[in-house]
Design a protein around this ligand. Structure first.
Ligand code: HEM
Length: 143
């Protein structure tokens, strides 16, 4: 079950990337349809968040498992990333995404663009892309 959750968590990133780009272009083009697409974006973000929270607490490297013998949290690239940088960065990204959704509902296009660009920058910074040393994961689950 845990592997399935990690795979789903990883795949949902692409739903977020695609929907974020769609909403961003719609906001730039001032399309009222952002009301609906931004809802889908928020649902994808919140699903990813819930799966992430589960993994953070109870997953294979979760807080409940504790640190392996001899590992110092802030000196260990892997645990520092998966216990601190990734969760906190992503929680903040989801908060920004939720604000963007609120702005989209009000058809405040300029604010949607600002909040979504901030979300995208933060997301890109804390995703474990394959090229990142010590923490990198595949672009698609099972690859
Ligand atoms: C938009 C939000 C998020 C995105 C796009 C995202 C993306 C990812 C990706 C791509 C992985 C690698 C999966 C793999 O091994 O193939 C991952 C792993 C992980 N994420 Fe997230 N994440 C998000 C939010 C969160 C949040 C909010 C938390 C915790 C509160 C979290 C906790 C974790 C943990 C603990 C892992 C490691 C799981 C494991 O390997 O057992 N993620 N995330």
């Amino acid at each position: 079950m845990d592997t399935g959750f990690v795979h789903l968590h990883s795949l949902l990133r692409w739903a977020i990337v695609i929907l974020l780009l769609i909403v961003l272009f719609q906001a730039i083009a001032k399309k009222e349809s952002i009301r609906k697409t931004s809802l889908f974006l928020m649902i994808a973000g919140h699903l990813t968040l819930v799966l992430g929270l589960y993994q953070w607490i109870a997953g294979r490297y979760g807080l409940l498992k504790g640190l392996p013998e001899g590992v110092e949290l802030m000196k260990d690239t892997f645990y520092r990333f998966y216990w601190i940088e990734h969760p906190l960065g992503m929680i903040l990204a989801i908060v920004l995404l939720t604000v963007a959704r609120r702005k989209a509902k009000a058809l405040n296009y300029r604010s949607v663009v600002i909040y979504l660009v901030l979300t995208a920058v933060l997301l890109a910074a804390v995703v474990p892309w394959p090229f990142r040393a010590g923490i990198g994961r595949p672009l698609f689950p099972g690859m």
